[in-house]
Design a protein around this ligand. Sequence first.
Ligand SMILES: [Zn+2]
Length: 178
Amino acid sequence: MAVKVVDISRETSPTVYGPAMLRANRTMIHSSGGMDSRGWLQGDSLKAGEPVSTHDLIGKDGTCYVIVKNTMVAWHAGVSLWPVMGRLVHGLNEDTIGIEIENSHTPGDLITMEQHAAAALRHRYHSMMRGYALDACVGHYEVAQPIGRRSDPLNFVWGWFWFYVYNPSSAQNKLGGL
Ligand SMILES: [Zn+2]
């Protein structure tokens, strides 16, 4: 895998993530709405009253920072709803891997091709490691409740993401080869 992975999960406060994740069914893509989110996702959010975290945070250059290991529950989905086996299930943190893409949400600040490539390769990695389908990936906006509460990932081009998911060698080339 050509993604540069920096594991900083040992520095993440256990106050912002949950217990062992017993099963994982899908990946959820987010955009951060701010730059340099590491401190926020590793414990500072608790001081603001709403602890949040994620599994991966992808920087502008495609570097992936592991905030919470994919064997633990991260708190990234908020209040959400999703049909699972014909039932509507509340709260997806318990079975969803979160990938947060750093983006300021300001006009003209595009999610880079390196970020799309890295997100695709990390989604592949999580689907393989946790045993779920390669097409099992959603955007936060699709499941957040009430509908319209979240619009992220903003500036994310799903067509590029899915191209890289199914053409991983292209993603690796974008990130500088093997
Ligand atoms: Zn989100």
